[in-house]
Design a protein around this ligand. Structure first.
Ligand code: PMP
Ligand code: GLN
Length: 397
């Protein structure tokens, strides 16, 4: 037998990035019997008709490889949803690619657009898969930071991040973890930069239907002149509260969609056909479904935010996504956000995500991200546990 060779190291970037914070905090929550307000997933099932459609689609004999870019039903449903919600026209045969989750869609899009040496503008705080993929391709990230409490776009800094080597901007709106929904004015400013510097945008819009307070999600792709520059990414996981399904969909100009399909062909090749067909049923649901998805979540956001405020957290506004960011500095905790999230998981039995995990470098260290996509009784119980824990700590001081 050959011994294990230890001379040559595996890929150094992947070897060193460690396990994602979402997995770490979920494991810690299980270990301590904590309510998991960390990793973002709903604790109720998605719509019964969509699940029924998946079950039926498993039994009707179409279980072999589907077409590379996705089953026709889903590509047509994605095109129809683009028209219905945003007035975007897309050819389902040439401009839609179905992937195994938005995660794959993001990776495939970056692989498809970037060459080594290209520059990519990323906005901090950022979702944890963006930077490693940019680096794996050999591209260089230019980071621009939004600052709490209002997460406004620093326009001069964003403009300064663009240069002759910039290939693309990665934009996440509605944004994880901030709950920021980019305004039409901000998107217009970004659009002008993209045109001026002849760049693309990869738009992570997985929370497109989780927008509150009468605001509207505006795809960058829908702005004048941006149709041919944007890759728009959605996720059935978020739109149908079925995060384990991992069905993502890309809408892009045909030239780019073709190259994204080449990336997809080398990552997963295809995505389970039965779930794709069920998601097509979901995308055709009536407007009432999408309206109540958002209004139910807005009520949960209010419930959790009010509860956290009563305990003494400084809760930042969140206008979209599954998440609120809470400042724990007013509670007088002695430690950083990683310490805090570990502490509340172990001692209050409520898990959250340290916001510094969304910054590759130096970061604010007094914010925790709480997911509110849970049943009301679960949110109430989490608030009660935190309240009791911090009351006991204060009493012991
Ligand atoms: N982008 C963002 C901003 C997310 O929060 C998530 C959460 N899962 C994803 C992408 C990945 O989506 P999916 O589960 O469809 O891969
Ligand atoms: N997007 C989810 C979140 O931000 C987690 C996805 C994951 O665990 N990779 O919580």
């Amino acid at each position: 037998m050959y011994g294990v060779r230890r001379v040559k190291l595996p890929n150094q970037l992947l070897d060193n990035i460690g396990t994602t914070i979402f997995t770490i905090m979920s494991a810690l929550a299980v270990e301590h019997g904590a309510i998991n307000l960390g990793q973002g997933f709903p604790d109720t099932d998605g719509p019964a008709d969509v699940i029924e459609a998946a079950a039926a689609a498993l039994r009707d004999g179409r279980n072999q490889y589907p077409p590379l870019t996705g089953v026709a039903e889903l590509r047509e449903a994605v095109a129809a949803a683009n028209r219905r919600f945003y007035g975007i026209e897309a050819d389902p045969a040439r401009e839609v690619v179905v992937t195994s989750g938005a995660t794959e869609a993001i990776t495939a899009s970056l692989l498809a657009l970037l060459d080594p040496g290209d520059e990519v503008v990323l906005i901090e705080p950022l979702y944890d898969t963006y930077l490693p993929v940019v680096q794996l391709v050999g591209a260089t990230a230019r980071l621009v930071r939004l600052n709490p409490p209002d997460w406004a776009l620093p326009r001069a800094e964003l403009a300064a991040a663009f240069g002759p080597k910039t290939k693309l901007l990665l934009l996440n709106s509605p944004m994880n973890p901030t709950g920021k929904v980019f305004t039409r004015e901000e998107l217009g400013f970004i659009a002008d930069l993209l045109v001026k510097h002849d760049c693309y945008a990869v738009c992570d819009e997985v929370y497109e239907h989780l927008v509150f307070d009468g605001l509207q999600h505006i795809p960058l792709m829908s702005l004048p002149g941006l149709r041919e520059r944007c890759v728009r990414i959605g996720s059935a996981g978020k739109t149908f509260s079925l995060t384990g399904w991992k069905i993502g969909y890309v809408t892009a100009p045909a030239r780019l969609a073709g190259v994204i399909a080449r990336a997809h062909q080398n990552l997963t090749f295809t995505t389970p056909p039965n779930l794709q067909r069920a998601v097509a049923v979901g995308l055709a649901k009536d407007d009432a479904y999408f309206a109540s998805l958002a209004s139910d979540l807005a009520a949960k956001r209010d419930r959790l935010s009010e509860g956290l405020r009563r305990i003494g957290f400084g809760v930042l506004p969140s206008h979209g996504s599954y998440f609120v960011t809470a400042d724990f500095a007013p509670l007088g905790f002695n430690g950083d956000d990683a310490d805090f999230c570990r502490h509340i998981t172990e001692h209050a039995k409520v898990a959250a995500i340290p916001v510094s995990a969304f910054y590759p470098g130096e970061a604010p260290r007094h914010y925790a991200r709480f997911a509110f996509c849970k049943r009301e009784a679960v949110l109430d119980e989490a608030v009660e546990r935190l309240a009791a824990h911090f009351a006991a700590r204060r009493a012991a001081e």
